[in-house]
Design a protein around this ligand. Structure first.
Ligand SMILES: NC(=O)CC[C@H](N)C(=O)O
Length: 222
């Protein structure tokens, strides 16, 4: 699988994400926010966590206007795979590639801790490496992770089985305890927890690894 990992000024999980993808067998190219093209043959664009452009305006809002964001949108519009983690999820909602918004955590504090999650669907390239209903632990590190969405759009997410992960127990006030969602074509995933921080025993956990290995395997047979 050919993957491109975007770096914005303020990204801080870009290298970890590239390493996690490489360890799963992906061929990774790093892309700068001012680039105006993705490498030929890119199958997955990965948008990492961090504090892009200092979180000014709203988390992810300025990154969504960057030069590479146009290529990201084109890639998604063509049916390409896009993975947004934490700040990356915020960027994808700002771009309108995923519905809803990430608001300030209910407790108004930055949360940095391991978060137990439930795998809510295994029907995607990103979650096929898990067992249905499996409980996993993945670290979170955010102040704007409180996912909110209209009732109608929430019903649609549920009807279409597009909720990928939920917090168990709740941590930040997200509606339906939602931690990650899929696009209608199931090729775009946004999630607040950081699977790249739980993809190596040296990092204290392996529960994030099946996301990357499952994705690489799923795309090999796509
Ligand atoms: N780790 C991250 O990507 C953090 C995202 C964003 N800066 C927030 O705090 O909500």
């Amino acid at each position: 699988m050919k993957a491109a990992v975007i770096t914005f000024p303020g990204s801080n999980c870009d290298r970890d994400l590239a390493v996690a993808l490489e360890q799963a067998g992906a061929e990774v190219t790093r892309v700068w926010h001012k680039d105006s093209a993705l490498p030929a043959g890119t199958e997955l664009v990965a948008v990492p966590g961090g504090f892009s452009y200092g979180d000014y305006l709203r988390c992810g809002a300025i990154a969504a206007q960057s030069p590479i964001a146009r290529n990201l949108r084109e890639h998604a519009d063509k049916g390409g795979y896009v993975l947004g983690i934490c700040n990356g999820f915020q960027v994808l909602t700002e771009l309108g590639l995923l519905p809803g918004a990430l608001m300030r955590n209910q407790g108004l504090t930055f949360l940095c801790k391991p978060a137990p999650l439930k795998v809510a669907t295994t029907d995607s390239a990103y979650t096929s490496g898990y067992a249905p209903g499996q409980t996993i632990t993945i670290p979170v590190a955010h102040h704007d992770g409180n996912f909110q969405i209209s009732e109608g759009e929430l019903a649609r997410l549920r009807d279409e089985d597009r909720i990928a992960f939920t917090y168990a127990p709740a941590i930040n006030g997200s509606v339906g305890d939602i931690a990650g969602i899929l696009s209608a074509n199931r090729r775009v995933l946004g999630m607040m927890p950081h699977p790249e921080r739980a993809a190596d025993t040296a990092l204290g956990g392996l529960d994030g690894r099946p996301l990357f290995t499952g994705l690489v395997e799923a795309l090999a047979y796509a």
